[in-house]
Design a protein around this ligand. Structure first.
Ligand code: S3P
Length: 171
């Protein structure tokens, strides 16, 4: 069985929620990369973006992946941009199993409209602007997300389907 499972995908795709239940079902530890970065930096992500800029946040993300790629029996929920910078996706693929939770831009807007202010890339946008931003970002990010070892429809029975697929692969 793989030592680490990286859940990747856009903001709002359920990486943290499903990550916890996947970890529970597999008896793995669970780490949310955004929380891990916040506790290391002693700062909330919106403050890292506003005080130090997105580039600094991306550096912290790359450092986090380098550290988290040494964990054992761990499900890691990554930030939505993490696979798309530097050689992060390569490191994740080399050190574990990558699973893309795929959702349409419309489904993502629906999920994100109540939580946009916690996400610096969507803060203060109308729903129409969110849809445009999500479409643009997804078009740029999907070439990375699509390199995942598994692509799972993020709408239905996600936990069971991810766990079954991982167990089938390891047989
Ligand atoms: C980001 C996604 C966020 C967080 C940061 C940037 C992105 O994580 O890392 O706000 O670039 O898509 P979630 O995907 O957990 O919301």
């Amino acid at each position: 069985m793989t030592a680490r499972i990286y859940l990747i995908g856009f903001m709002g795709s359920g990486k943290s929620t499903y990550g916890k239940s996947i970890a529970r079902m597999m008896d793995y530890a669970f780490i949310d990369m955004d929380d891990w970065i916040e506790s290391r930096a002693g700062m909330r992500i919106p403050d890292i973006f506003s005080q130090h800029g997105e580039d600094r946040f991306r550096e912290l993300e790359t450092e986090a992946i380098a550290e988290l790629s040494k964990t054992e029996r761990t499900v890691i929920a990554t930030g939505g941009g993490a696979p798309c910078f530097g050689n992060n996706m390569e490191i994740m693929k080399e050190s574990g199993l990558t699973v893309y939770l795929k959702l349409s831009p419309e489904a993502l807007v629906h999920r994100l409209k109540g939580a946009r202010d916690e996400r610096p890339l969507l803060a203060r946008k109308t729903e129409k602007e969110m849809l445009e931003t999500i479409r643009e970002l997804l078009a740029r990010r999907e070439p990375y997300y699509n390199q995942a070892d598994m692509i799972i429809d993020g709408l239905e029975r996600v936990t069971e389907r991810v766990v079954n697929a991982i167990q089938r692969r390891s047989k």
